[in-house]
Design a protein around this ligand. Structure first.
Ligand code: FES
Length: 124
């Protein structure tokens, strides 16, 4: 019952399909907040454009992968296209849940994204 009473967040058009190339990010303003819209080739991600470390414009960083946990002297690369690297001090964030890979107590806000009638919409 409580779920039914939750306020539905409005959707905001932030781009058209085709505006954002695979692997790139478009920075937009929604309700005064700077949001990065990243397209990984299969889905869009909406990420708050503020690093929780020292407030850098996080979405101006690099979207790539990272080295995965492994044995000493073993280097395994993974999560290609799923990690956002902050341009200031290199903290890495998982674009799916916003968690900092080095310390999950730090998180960046992630928003719901949908595509309707060729329009990319962010719910917030
Ligand atoms: S401001 Fe992002 S890692 Fe320092």
């Amino acid at each position: 019952m409580a779920e039914a009473l939750q306020k539905v967040k409005p959707k905001h058009v932030v781009a058209e399909v085709g505006d954002i190339e695979v692997g790139s990010c478009k920075i937009v303003k929604v309700n005064g907040r700077s949001i990065g819209i990243y397209y990984d080739g299969s889905q869009y991600h909406a990420i708050r454009n503020v690093c929780p470390h020292e407030q850098a414009e996080l979405c101006k960083g690099t979207f790539s992968g990272t080295t995965m946990p492994s044995k000493p002297h073993e280097y395994i690369y993974g999560m290609e296209g799923e990690v956002l690297l902050c341009p200031w001090h290199g903290w890495e964030f998982n674009i799916h849940n916003g968690e900092c890979l080095g310390d999950p107590k730090y998180k960046v806000k992630i928003y719901e994204v949908s595509v309707e009638d060729n329009r990319i919409m962010v719910q917030m």
